[in-house]
Structures are given as structure tokens and as C-alpha cells.
Design a protein around this ligand. Structure first.
Ligand SMILES: Cc1cc2nc3c(=O)[nH]c(=O)nc-3n(C[C@H](O)[C@H](O)[C@H](O)COP(=O)(O)O)c2cc1C
Length: 168
């Protein structure tokens, strides 16, 4: 396996973090990788907020329904998409995965926490003082992993095909 494949296949959602900071260089690299993601018509319809303040992390955690572990993360990336851009959801999802993989390349664990479609998008946007023209797409709490659980994946033969789909 080459390095890229090793990083991608080595990624698993981490929800249990050590009480250690993440280097600012790592955070900036993750943000640079977010910025480098592909976007429809190169619109780049996004803003990113890296939350490090412990009180803010706790507030964000409390607002979410399945993100209590955000409170224990060293940093949480919030990805906001510009609602007027037709493909903001796809664009911001690409940026989110780039953040996650950039972190993984440094051994920093993270987990995608839902933003889009959740009732709390506006509360988190307002808390972070982001303009109403944006909406929350995702949250990515990150930190040094304490515990990693491996989620089962469907076998390749069940989900991928050459040329045409074959019913099993
Ligand atoms: C759009 C999206 C929303 C998610 N939302 C949450 C969430 O709110 N809370 C959570 O703990 N995990 C969330 N996850 C992480 C998934 O639960 C996780 O990716 C899945 O169980 C597979 O595990 P893996 O990431 O280790 O491969 C989300 C993932 C995606 C892609």
C-alpha cells in the first residue's frame, strides 16, 4: 500500500480523545487541505471555524444530539457552506473529508459529526458568529486518540462492480 492509501484505510472515527492539544501547524494544514478540496465551478462556497476554546467546545457539544464527545476534543472544525451555491453540500463534504484525512496523516483522530439537516444548524452558526448566508454542513472534533473502534464495512464485492451492476 502507498502512503495515501494507508492514510485513507487507516482512518476510523475517533470519539475518545486524550487530554492533549493538537499542534497549531496540524490545524493549519487541515484548514489548507479543506481549502484545496474540489468545488463545483470552483465556487469555494465555505468558511471554516477551528474551535479551541474549551467553553465553546462544551457549548457546541451540548447543542448537538450525537456529539457530546466534542467537549473533550482538542479542536473542533466547523464547516459552513454558502446556501446560495448550488453544490455547497457536496463542496463542503469534500472539504470535510480533506480535513479528516489531513488530521489522520498526523495521527490525529477525528469524527464527522452531522451538521446539515440537523435542527441545531442555526444555533451553532449563531454561537460562532457566522453570517446567515452560511449554514453548518459538518463538525469535525479532533484530538489524539485514546480509544479507536473499528466499524464493520461491507465487502467490496457487494458494493463495487466493473462495467455494469450485478444483482447478487
Ligand atoms: C454525514 C455524517 C454524519 C455523521 N454524524 C455523526 C454524528 O452526529 N455523531 C457521531 O458520533 N458520528 C457521526 N458520523 C460518523 C459515523 O457514525 C461513522 O463514520 C460510521 O459509523 C462509520 O465509521 P468509521 O467512520 O469509523 O468508518 C457521521 C458521519 C457522516 C458521514
Amino acid at each position: 500500500m502507498n502512503l495515501g492509501i494507508t492514510i485513507i484505510r487507516g482512518r476510523h472515527s475517533v470519539r475518545d480523545f486524550k487530554d492533549e492539544p493538537v499542534d497549531e501547524k496540524v490545524i493549519l494544514d487541515a484548514l489548507e487541505c479543506a481549502r484545496a478540496a474540489p468545488t463545483a465551478m470552483n465556487a469555494q462556497p465555505w468558511v471554516f471555524v477551528a474551535i479551541r476554546d474549551k467553553a465553546l467546545l462544551k457549548q457546541v457539544a451540548d447543542i448537538t444530539d450525537h456529539g457530546s464527545f466534542i467537549a473533550d476534543s482538542a479542536v473542533c472544525f466547523a464547516v459552513f457552506g454558502e446556501k446560495s451555491a448550488k453544490y455547497y453540500l457536496e463542496d463542503c463534504s469534500a472539504a470535510t473529508e480533506n480535513i479528516i484525512l489531513a488530521l489522520q496523516s498526523y495521527g490525529v483522530g477525528s469524527c464527522w459529526v452531522a451538521g446539515d439537516k440537523k435542527p441545531y444548524v442555526d444555533s451553532i452558526r449563531a454561537l460562532l458568529k457566522v453570517s446567515e448566508k452560511y449554514t453548518l454542513v459538518s463538525l469535525v472534533p479532533a484530538g489524539m486518540p485514546k480509544d479507536i473502534r473499528i466499524a464493520p464495512k461491507k465487502p467490496l464485492s457487494e458494493v463495487a462492480f466493473f462495467d455494469t451492476y450485478e444483482e447478487s
